[in-house]
Design a protein around this ligand. Structure first.
Ligand code: 13P
Length: 248
């Protein structure tokens, strides 16, 4: 049975003390939620403060540089994160791709390096609005999957979670409809089946991200191919994150 996951991407939000308060609050109240893996991705500066507080709530990083060490001013390496005890990582978020010009080739490099070090990766894919308007979202997402994941083997794929995040739904309040979400998730799973076979397709969790909140999570998570969510804005509030986690 593939995992159900609710993950919070805190992006560049919250002070260290607010991060600790939110983290501890979620951890305290989420204790009785069973059968759902809970992961949060705070900012780098809070990670080292939270790592020792981590219990049922798993910690991950929003980004990392694929090199081990060296002259990369301002970057944080995968090895540094490992050293801190971090084993989960978001790769290919649309904000990294668009605002920081991360190409499919660079995303590919990060995926390989992160899996080599034993990370579990949350691989993000999703189309911008003009691609959706031109009905080319399938080709677009397939290209991201091909360049980011198709070089992996079945063992490596066990360390991959996919997050489908249509760019036009991120932070806009415009959630994908149930039909749009399920149809893309089914498409992604079918592509996994064609490329890796039925077992990988069946075992890979595919999360939805994009204006997911306590009022729409239940119907999104009820879709047969939606295995949870990667939540932005609604993950910054303890009660809404927990309500989303209880929406299965
Ligand atoms: P929102 O939930 O704020 O739309 O963000 C989604 C997202 O980008 C999660 O990675």
């Amino acid at each position: 049975m593939r995992k159900k996951i609710v993950a919070g991407n805190w992006k560049m939000n919250l002070s260290s003390s607010d991060s600790i308060e939110l983290f501890e609050g979620i951890q305290r109240e989420a204790e009785p939620i069973s059968g759902v893996d809970l992961v949060v991705f705070p900012g780098f500066l809070s990670l080292s403060l939270l790592v020792e507080r981590s219990g049922i709530l798993v910690l991950g990083a929003q980004n990392a540089y694929p090199g081990h060490s060296g002259a990369f001013t301002g970057e944080v390496s995968l090895a540094q994160l490992k050293d801190l005890g971090i084993n989960h990582l978001i790769i290919g978020h649309s904000e990294r791709r668009m605002l920081f010009h991360e190409t499919n080739a660079f995303v590919h490099e990060k995926v390989t390096a992160a899996l080599d070090l034993g990370f579990t990766i949350f691989f993000c894919c999703g189309e911008p609005l003009d691609i959706r308007s031109a009905n080319q979202e399938g080709d677009y997402v397939l290209e991201q999957l091909k360049s980011g994941l198709w070089h992996l083997n079945e063992t490596q794929m066990a360390q991959v979670v996919i997050a489908y995040e249509p760019v036009w739904a991120i932070g806009t309040g415009q959630t994908a409809t149930i039909e749009q979400a399920e149809s893309m998730h089914a498409f992604i799973r079918n592509q996994l089946k064609i490329h890796f076979g039925p077992e990988v397709a069946d075992q890979t969790s595919i999360l939805y991200g994009g204006s997911c909140n306590p009022s729409n999570a239940k119907e999104l998570f009820a879709c047969p191919n939606v295995d949870g969510g990667l939540i932005g804005g609604a993950a910054l509030n303890k009660d809404s994150f927990i309500q989303i986690a209880q929406s299965f």
